[in-house]
Design a protein around this ligand. Sequence first.
Ligand code: CA2
Length: 144
Amino acid sequence: MKSILVLNGPNLNLLGKRQPEIYGHATLDDVADLCRAAAGDVTIRMEQSNHEGQLIDWIHEARTAHAGIVINAGAYTHTSVAIFDALNAFDGPVIEVHISNVHKRESFRHHSYISPRADGVIVGFGINGYAAAVRQICDLINAN
Ligand code: CA2
């Protein structure tokens, strides 16, 4: 059976617990439920880490274990060449998600190291962006 890795970067474990005016009231468990509902028969593996190396290790594992990756790399989006390199070693589709509209925020959030590798980018639609990304990845992997 096909599976998708949904990766979340630093501080996203606080989702629903702080700054609801930016990130909403839903928790990461709610995001996992939303992704599983959107995925149908496709299996979702949901992971979150505050550590760059751990995120990279999961991306490496995905090379043989998962058909696609949905990634919200949090602040590493704007800093991490290492995550970009790891994603480039993964052959399947990658969709980048941001809960907030990063382009309406500070200028340091306007640049993404992930976007040049991503097949698509979804920003500013809250946690619904994860469901849209999962549906899109399912379409892409079922077409192959
Ligand atoms: O909008 C997004 O999804 C971000 O990836 C979230 C990152 C931020 O650094 C990016 O620029 C945009 C921050 C995640 C922090 O998540 C929190 C959630 C609740 C409370 C505090 C932090």
